[in-house]
Design a protein around this ligand. Sequence first.
Ligand SMILES: NC(=O)c1ccc[n+]([C@@H]2O[C@H](COP(=O)([O-])OP(=O)(O)OC[C@H]3O[C@@H](n4cnc5c(N)ncnc54)[C@H](O)[C@@H]3O)[C@@H](O)[C@H]2O)c1
Length: 548
Amino acid sequence: MIERIALIGLSGSGKSAIAPLLADRLGWRPVDTDRMVEERFGLPIPEIFARFGESVFRAAEREALLEATAQRHVVIATGGGIVLDERNWVPLRSGTAVVHLTARIETLAARLRSQWALDAASARPLLAGDLEARLHMLWEQRRALYQRADIVVETDGRTPEELVEVIAAAVHSRAERGLIPFLALASATGRSDLYVQSGLLAALGELARHRWPDARRAFVITDDHVARHWGEPTRRALEAGGFDVSVLRIPPGETSKILTTVEWLLDQLLGHGIERTDIVVALGGGVIGDLAGFVASIVLRGVGLVQVPTSLLAMVDASVGGKTGVDHQLGKNLIGTFYQPHLVVADPTVLETLPEAERRSGWAEVVKHAMIEYSATCQSVVPPLVELLQQRRFEDWWHSTDLDEVIRRNIAIKASVVAQDERESGLRRILNYGHTLGHAIEAASAYQLRHGEAVALGLRAAARIAQQMGLCSEELVPLQDELLDAAGLPRTATLPVEEVLACLRYDKKVAGGMPTWILPVEPGRVVVRRDVPSQLVREVAAALLTAG
Ligand SMILES: NC(=O)c1ccc[n+]([C@@H]2O[C@H](COP(=O)([O-])OP(=O)(O)OC[C@H]3O[C@@H](n4cnc5c(N)ncnc54)[C@H](O)[C@@H]3O)[C@@H](O)[C@H]2O)c1
């Protein structure tokens, strides 16, 4: 899961010296962003600063980091100022263990002086003048940023060989506990760090504290079902991280996802005197995630948000991507905001208590992701999710450690789309595969059908429409049916076709009176179409809905 180690710290902390030794020890490759920039310009760094200025150097440094973090199994020695650009934290938080090398200022100064005596070109422009004073100043400027590292290693009085062993052991132990994000997502409202690992709930407080060193209170929003099983473990984990915890419970189910509940939650939060530095923890399925995310986005104009998804659907889909909101009587999710969670902590062991029917429902989104994988990621470096899903019976996933990996793969697919199109102006629409008719079916059933059950029917409908329009091969419909059938997802529903079609008109994705359809062309690839004949929609819907 850990694909890289990045060493950060002030000049003189030993990053460039340690990186090759650590890489050697791990059988990985060393990369040095300063060297990469120098090679690109064909000039030493002082010369780049003198001729082009710091901003040009920083832009080149960012490019070097992106290049380095696109590689697997590398140890990256970074430039001391790489932490300054907030955008650099997205690659640094994606499958990368960040190790902060520290030393006393006197040690740093002594190391730098002896280094510069041997190689004058290695002098750093930002350290010109009184070296100790400059180091002190940079430390004060950057201290809080360096503290974001996963691991801090004191280098004073230790040999390089000792340091390599200390770092390797610390990275191994933190990675094994799942305490390094496997992915990070940039957004307009802040970075989302994503963690998935069995057993991780116990470390929730530690992770939240790491993200918010100064936060005092955590408001857990959950529903009665989830609270019964996971309320106390969550409280304990947050208290262990030093949070003062309040748990707010609402009745479970879609019927709670309305403005009245939002008002009640706002009354509670404001009544408890919530402050900007406090955090909201959404502990539950997609209903809680959407609702608590919405509340967190509007209370005091936005507070820190942690998504702790407890249903499969919320883990693979709803907790990632920042769509929040509530339903209106005219349709689902018609009121809401885009607000990325700052932290997503998914612990698949909590699925133990998730009712079987809810597991099946969540599986519909897993199948959806498998069917859009190539379109979403624009690449497939690993075997496609469709193949992975075919390898095991549905019942067997729940006792398999591979479930963590399936959840990560799903999140990576969704995150890849969101990273390219946060506010759904283009690509993100493909995440609605199966949802055009799915949402209408869900609404027409008055939410008696589960979201995933309705989406499964929507997926079946979209594939049949694509087939009738000659967009996909004959084999696609049975292949997708097989994946949905394996999870026991419905093939039909007894609902009046006219009511379902009427609900289509209120879907958010209707533009100019025509619903937007996401249609498959092959497993993993979909296209966006608005020209689906309404007669065809009626026929396909009727075939799925009238059989009882
Ligand atoms: N924001 C998004 O991007 C996005 C994406 C997909 C779906 N959604 C929304 O998600 C909602 C559906 O989510 P859902 O299927 O998780 O529904 P849900 O939140 O209602 O959860 C389903 C049921 O399972 C229970 N539950 C959840 N976790 C449990 C656990 N570990 N143990 C025992 N019981 C547990 C809940 O109490 C509830 O009764 C819909 O409102 C949908 O619109 C949002």
